[in-house]
Design a protein around this ligand. Structure first.
Ligand SMILES: CC(C)(COP(=O)(O)OP(=O)(O)OC[C@H]1O[C@@H](n2cnc3c(N)ncnc32)[C@H](O)[C@@H]1OP(=O)(O)O)[C@@H](O)C(=O)NCCC(=O)NCCS
Length: 158
């Protein structure tokens, strides 16, 4: 399917439920993100930190989201997701570009993130923007099935 026009804007209060539902759907994949089911959608929606969350929209529908958690130490930690049916069409690219702009405007000096080593799409996306691999945390994350997954740490100086 051809790419459609994507717009990016800061998350608003009315986005809470759709953000929580998107997180729940991506968590169900048990693959790219650390969060696994079950997700309490109501709680997740209520607790969602809007500041630093950017949403990607197509025809008014949320198709992806990225959150920059700004640390008082000057860096921002990124987490992101794109709806499965929208992947590979530039949504992630648009979100990371907007996050870099957002972080620069906030005078953060660096963006950082953790990614699972098997997550080829995410690693390619981050490398495209100049993120460098800074290290690897061995058997860092315990999955619900008991498996222990490494985290690759990546960073981009702004
Ligand atoms: C990782 C993720 C956010 C990427 O979003 P996306 O919208 O598919 O990304 P894009 O379409 O902008 O593609 C970005 C780049 O990734 C690469 N890429 C995309 N899909 C790929 C794949 N399946 N394998 C390898 N590289 C891939 C391409 O190099 C592409 O850049 P290019 O098209 O300019 O060459 C998305 O796959 C996702 O939400 N996955 C599940 C959740 C997740 O893993 N989040 C990240 C946790 S660290």
């Amino acid at each position: 399917m051809a790419a459609r026009v994507i717009s990016i804007r800061p998350a608003e209060d009315r986005d809470r439920r759709l953000l929580a539902l998107l997180l729940a759907a991506v968590a169900e994949e048990r693959d790219g993100i650390a969060t696994e089911p079950p997700i309490d959608v109501n709680k997740q929606a209520a607790d969602w930190p809007l500041d630093g969350t950017l949403v990607a929209l197509s025809a008014g529908e949320i198709v992806g989201a990225l959150r920059v958690e700004a640390s008082s130490l000057g860096f921002g930690q990124i987490a992101m997701m794109v709806a499965a049916e929208w992947r590979g069409r530039g949504v992630g690219t648009a979100l990371v570009a907007a996050a870099i702009e957002w972080a620069r405007a906030r005078r953060l000096h660096k963006l950082a993130l953790s990614v699972f080593p098997h997550n080829d799409a995410a690693i390619a996306l981050y490398r495209k923007f100049g993120f460098a691999e800074e290290g690897r945390r061995i058997k860092h994350v315990r999955r619900a099935n008991g498996h222990l997954w490494d985290f690759i740490e990546m960073g981009l100086l702004l």
